[in-house]
Design a protein around this ligand. Structure first.
Ligand SMILES: *Cc1c(COP(=O)(O)O)cnc(C)c1O
Length: 404
């Protein structure tokens, strides 16, 4: 498979938007799906739709086998120690709510949680829920004006009451690649009992993430940002920590036995997958991982690095634009055209067939810190090419002309 021709394998990308060839640069919000992923979902519903883990008939056995194969693919993709450490959820958001609510059960008043100022709302709001309920303290690692984390005084934030450090690997706004391994090591040096959670929603689709190497205890991510369907996510956790976790949802499939008085839970991972899961979605996700593996995650990463440098060079030459975040970054560029609201920028770009995101990208705290109301965000994936970058730059020049 050739990355140069990848665009042809994504049927949605061949259409025209407002009479122009679609240039899709909203990959941080969600990625497009290659034909093989769409086909595998259709194949499931056409040929072996059945519930998993229950039936003893041919279709149910095939559905279960295909579903469980994906668990192994995910484990291999992130280098988990065991397939039983992979829990399917409905997305990063659900995975984080699960962690906050289950881990939080054991916390005492004045226990502390460390987040960063660049977290996605899904890694803030669930912690605020549990903090309010239990009287916990949330502390934030600050973001410096250059868009990197201020970790010089990290040690001053951590003490014996710190229970959790939960942080984003790659910023979905600034593209900042945080030194998570270093941060976790330093935090655990002060307090080895800290549980480290890493939100890899924006890193794992674009770069090799090895959960053991980064010293995480849990990671969370979403299938839809890595060529898979919506409504499927992952919670990975070290097995001994999963064993201590109270289930988030109760119901069918997650039990060993139920009496009027009490329930014995099923083994892990079933224990954490109550009810009928998104079977078609998980199967499509497996095909997405196969697709990424065929091209190679390192190949994808260097392609995106090349496009990002190419785009940064050209956008920097436009004196009407302000770019946020560090030079060294993942394939995400957020910026503003001076004096023009981000919604107006994206509306004019859309007239030219270019899809970008505008707004606060679920990061109010970060936008407040940087003293900006909103930003325009262009984000790349493997199917983007230099022509997409050139169209974006032309589009930005048009916007500036209109609003000057
Ligand atoms: C998209 C995103 C989320 C939320 O993911 P959902 O799929 O909407 O649950 C959380 N964190 C980061 C960094 C994201 O980019």
């Amino acid at each position: 498979m050739n990355i140069v021709n990848a665009k042809n394998e994504f049927p949605i990308l061949s259409q025209k938007i407002n009479g122009k060839d679609l240039v899709y640069l909203d990959n941080s919000a969600t990625s497009q799906k290659p034909q093989v992923v769409i086909d595998s979902i259709v194949d499931y519903y056409t040929n072996y739709n059945s519930n998993v883990h229950r039936g003893i008939h041919t279709l149910a056995e095939k559905a279960t086998e295909k579903y469980e194969e994906v668990r192994q693919k995910v484990a291999d993709f992130i280098n988990a120690k065991s397939v039983n450490e992979i829990i399917f959820t409905k997305g990063t958001t659900e995975s984080l709510n699960f962690l906050a609510s289950s881990l939080g059960k054991n916390f005492q008043k004045d226990d502390e949680i460390i987040l960063t100022e660049m977290e996605h709302h899904s890694n803030i709001v669930p912690w605020q829920f549990i903090a309010k309920e239990k009287g916990l303290i949330i502390k934030y690692i600050e973001v410096k004006p250059d868009g990197t984390l201020d970790i010089e005084n990290l040690e001053s934030l951590i003490n014996k009451k710190t229970k959790i450090i939960s942080l984003i690997h790659v910023s979905n706004v600034l593209g900042t690649i945080n030194p998570v391994e270093k941060i976790i090591k330093r935090a655990k040096l002060i307090n080895p009992d800290i549980i480290a959670i890493v939100d890899i929603a924006q890193s794992v689709p674009h770069m090799k993430v090895n959960v053991q190497k980064i010293k995480a205890d849990f990671v969370v991510f979403s299938a839809h940002k890595m060529l898979g369907p919506t409504g499927v996510g992952v919670l990975w956790g070290k097995y001994d920590l999963l064993e201590k976790l109270h289930p988030f949802l109760g119901g069918g499939s997650m039990i060993a036995s139920v009496t009027k008085e009490k329930t014995l839970f099923a083994e892990i991972p079933q224990r954490f997958e109550a009810g009928t899961p998104n079977i078609a979605g998980v199967i499509g996700f497996g095909t997405a991982i196969d697709y990424i593996n065929k091209i190679g995650i390192d190949e994808i990463n260097s392609h995106e690095q090349h496009l990002t440098k190419y785009a940064m060079e050209q956008i920097k030459q436009l004196d009407f634009i302000e770019i946020y975040g560090p030079n060294e970054r993942a394939g995400i560029i957020s910026f503003n055209i001076k004096g023009v609201h981000s919604h107006d920028v994206s509306a004019v770009l859309d007239n030219n067939g270019i899809a970008v995101r505008s707004g606060h990208h679920c990061t109010d705290i970060l936008h407040n810190k940087l003293n900006i109301n909103s930003t325009v965000r262009a984000s790349f994936y493997l199917y983007n090419n230099e022509n997409d970058v050139e169209q974006l730059v032309l589009g930005l020049k048009k916007v500036n002309k209109i609003f000057k």
